[in-house]
Design a protein around this ligand. Structure first.
Ligand SMILES: N[C@@H](CCC[C@H](N)C(=O)O)C(=O)O
Length: 285
């Protein structure tokens, strides 16, 4: 039997098995299968997926994220905060501000300490991409998908799409408790108009700086929180005139709150917690 050391961490309940690739060796061709195996709640550890903390040529660390169906995502907001906590507490970095490489580019992380431990992390998630091709979504390349009328499963909805390095489709609901997360979520995720699939978010606007949010994640299904999704929801809400630019918006997710600010310079700041759940050894064939 082969094995590796892991740390299970979560950001607002969005939980992943983190593997320190500075110390461990996993075969590239097995990563997707291992992510499925380790995430299985019955025969593995149980998680929303697996995140690798890797050496990088352009930053102190690089994050790679695998959803629990084995697909590789290009970005993960909650994962970035946990990677930042791990990197600082395990001395992969010495400064409180540092860069993290992702498959969608470099981001700035800043850890905030309490009693020597990382408590909250702010990530500069960069500039959202808004044109249809960057989602990607089939249709006219130059167009932005803003409050566009679209039918899924015979239901007519209004959709806004935002890329935070990964694809998001945002829908507004009157009451968050009535959001069709598990019914429409999986249908929209795999709709053929999204050639790479899409993360599906439902949002209730509480006020011009407060949102309720629920998510169906591409490759993982319902999760307690999605950091990139919360950023996308705030960008969408500003574009739709529901919340304010350059203001901290509180996003209430199933697992807790994130503070998101889409700044004047176009960059999105995300602030929230990161926590260690447990550490151990995972055995696999
Ligand atoms: N939970 C994440 C996003 C993880 C990847 C996503 N499911 C995708 O495939 O794009 C977050 O916190 O952003």
């Amino acid at each position: 039997m082969r094995s590796f050391n892991f740390t299970k961490m979560h950001g607002l309940g969005n939980n992943y098995i983190y593997v320190d690739m500075f110390k461990e060796t996993l075969l590239e061709e097995e990563l997707s299968r291992i992510a499925v195996e380790v995430s299985n709640i019955h025969t593995g550890i149980g998680s929303d997926g697996m995140i690798l903390i890797c050496p990088s040529e352009s930053a102190p660390v690089k994050m790679r994220i695998f959803n629990n169906d084995g697909s590789e995502g290009k970005n993960c907001g909650n994962g970035l905060r946990c990677v930042a906590k791990y990197a600082y507490e395990n001395k992969l970095v010495t400064e409180e501000k540092f860069l993290i490489e992702t498959l969608s580019g470099l981001v700035d992380a800043e850890v905030k300490l309490e009693d020597g431990e990382v408590n909250t992390v702010t990530i500069n998630m960069g500039k959202p991409k808004l044109n249809r091709a960057s989602i990607p979504m089939i249709g006219d390349d130059k167009e932005q998908v803003l409050n566009e009328s679209i039918t899924f499963n015979d239901e007519k909805l209004s959709m806004t799409t935002v890329s935070m390095g990964n694809p998001h489709a945002i829908f507004y609901v009157e009451k968050i408790s009535d959001a069709p997360v598990t019914t429409l979520g999986p249908i929209i995720e795999k709709d053929e108009r999204f050639p790479e699939g899409v993360n599906v978010e439902f949002v209730e606007v509480v006020s011009e700086n407060e949102l309720h949010f629920r998510v169906w994640e591409r490759g993982s299904g319902v999760t307690q929180a999605c950091g990139t999704g919360a950023c996308a929801a705030v960008v969408s809400s500003v574009l739709n005139g529901k919340t304010k630019r350059n203001t901290e918006t509180i996003v209430h997710l199933a697992g807790g709150d994130l503070l998101i600010n889409w700044q004047e310079n176009e960059e999105v700041l995300m602030t929230g917690p990161a926590q260690v759940i447990c550490k151990g050894i995972f055995y696999y064939s």
